[in-house]
Design a protein around this ligand. Structure first.
Ligand code: BES
Ligand code: MN
Ligand code: ZN
Length: 506
């Protein structure tokens, strides 16, 4: 799909615009938007509306043809709700979705969106255009990579054009570049999340990472099992014991910022399949545990997006990839392992494996002297219980140094629509991780599982400013639309865009 901007000045005659379809707004009680007033010189549209053909419901549409003296082949009227009120974010998404539904079924190959973008609550123009592109790309996505016959998407539309005035033209053009970059990053992340675990192994993630690094001239380093042993990553290695797939620690360096500027480090959980290990999971829905590498996949999607946008930052993506399987070699409940930090860990539950691989990666990244470290992980089922599929859980220390990071991430979430919710890390929870035999246990005692998981990680992040995103609820959808969502690529990319000197958002 192509996107473009059409410059509309005060002298542009809308009647003479050539397009397959002009998309314009109508408000409640058939009130016309100013653009419709402009083009309804002969009262035809007003008459049609009087007939009651446009449903009163927000998002309803009515397709018109052969309107007198108008060059556009079709006009699509969209009900935007109450004229006096701002359009809510959720309603805006509804509107875009219903416009897309119409275009899946008609012959138009391009369309010109003339919607009042300034009437949408809380959003600025750039964010709106980016969001629209993300929603449309999401609509057009199909998870058919492993189907023998791919059904082509039945849609004629090739180009979507936003009509903007001169003062918004440049912002609009840039927003299209950003929106397309983020959408492609999201698509990469979805593709990886949807791939079956017999294909998407740690070695597969290594190969994809190598390809991405080659395409965008990033340095890449792979740490294999022997090197992990030399680095004394006993916690990470304990998770890999049950699997015959070799684990990989993948380090990708995007160094496009100032020389010697401290990097932002992103660490992603890449468990390519989580059986739970000896603390085995119930078999119902266990297939979904192929998504347990979506933290890793979101790092690749984000690196893709920021490379396309050429952000002027130093960013290091670290993917810690392993399977969590059962075998005669598997780690057993009660086993005590020595992490790279030297801390000993009692593995009371082998299904709490994410934190075991992340803690060694989090110790490893100390060497980069990062300005900020953010880890991204499908870490706990409890996070799905707490926040559902709407928000990522955002965990960080509650002190001055971390406040800015938390606020920046929350803001990036709001702007992108890929939202997060702040959750606590406190000593009271930290105490739940006490072990009788080791320095720390890998599970708390049954309550506040996602918080104790974050507390566990906190122990390994004392040397830098850090936040943890639990994406267990947002990284995919269950049910008949089962599949990866590509979250939180948009959140992460916005966070980085807002830090990059060459991106200016209004
Ligand atoms: N990968 C799971 C978390 C998960 C569960 C993600 C459901 C997505 C959906 C993680 O490794 C896990 O198994 N966590 C345990 C932790 C528990 C043993 C403390 C969980 O959530 O049950
Ligand atoms: Mn698990
Ligand atoms: Zn897991």
């Amino acid at each position: 799909m192509d996107f473009d901007i059409k410059l509309i000045s005060s002298t542009t005659s809308i009647m003479s615009l050539k397009t397959d379809c002009l998309v314009v707004g109508i408000f409640k009680k058939n009130k016309l938007s100013s653009i419709v007033k402009d083009i309804d010189k002969y009262g035809e549209i007003t008459n049609i509306l009087k007939s009651g053909d446009l449903n009163e419901k927000l998002g309803s549409t009515l397709l018109l043809r052969n309107i007198q003296k108008i060059n556009a082949k079709r006009i699509l009227l969209v009900n935007l709700g109450d004229k006096k009120k701002k359009i809510k974010e959720s309603n805006f998404i509804k509107i875009i979705q219903s416009i897309m539904n119409v275009f899946c079924n008609i012959g138009a190959s391009n369309l010109l969106l003339m919607l009042p973008f300034n009437k949408i609550e809380k959003y600025n123009l750039s964010c709106l255009i980016i969001r629209t592109i993300i929603i449309i790309s999401d609509n057009l996505y199909r998870s058919d990579a492993q189907k023998s016959k791919k059904k082509p998407i039945k849609i004629n539309i090739k180009k979507i054009i936003f009509a903007l005035d001169e003062k918004n033209y440049i912002d609009g053009k840039n927003a299209i570049i950003y929106g397309c970059a983020i959408s492609k990053g999201i698509e990469l992340t979805k593709n990886l999340g949807n791939l079956s675990a017999n294909i998407c192994t740690p070695t597969y993630l290594e190969n994809i990472s190598k390809k991405l690094s080659f395409d965008y001239k990033m340095d890449i380093e792979i740490i294999n099992r022997e090197q992990m042993q030399r680095l004394k990553m006993g916690s990470l290695l304990s998770v890999t014991h049950g699997s015959s797939e070799p684990p990989k620690l993948i380090i990708i360096k995007y160094m496009n910022g100032k020389f010697k500027e401290a990097p932002i480090v992103l660490v992603g959980k890449g468990v390519t399949f989580d059986t739970g290990g000896i603390s085995i999971k119930p078999s119902y829905s266990m297939d979904e545990m192929k998504y347990d590498m979506c933290g890793a996949a979101s790092i690749l999607g984000t690196l893709y997006a920021i490379s396309e946008m050429n952000l002027e930052l130093n960013i290091i993506g670290v993917i810690v990839a392993s399977e969590n399987m059962l075998s005669g070699n598997s780690t057993k409940p009660g086993d005590i392992v020595v992490s790279m930090s030297g801390k000993t860990i009692e593995v009371l539950d082998t299904d709490a494996e994410g934190r075991l691989i992340l803690c060694d990666a989090l110790t490893y990244v100390e060497r980069f002297k990062p300005s900020v470290v953010i880890d991204i992980a499908t870490l706990t089922g409890a996070c799905v219980v707490a926040l559902g599929h709407h928000n990522s859980g955002l965990f960080s220390r509650n002190d001055e140094k971390h406040t800015k990071l938390v606020l920046d991430l929350l803001r990036a979430g709001k702007m992108s629509g890929d939202t997060a919710w702040n959750m606590p890390i406190e000593d009271r929870y930290q105490k739940q991780l006490k072990s009788n035999f080791a320095d720390i246990s890998n599970i708390g005692n049954s309550s506040a599982d996602s918080i104790t998981a974050a507390c566990f990680l906190e122990n390994f992040t004392k040397k830098y400013v850090w936040a943890h995103l639990d994406i267990a609820g947002v990284a995919w959808k269950s049910g008949d639309k089962k599949g990866a969502t590509g979250r939180p690529v948009a959140l992460l990319t916005y966070y980085l865009m807002l830090k990059s000197p060459n991106i200016n958002f209004k």
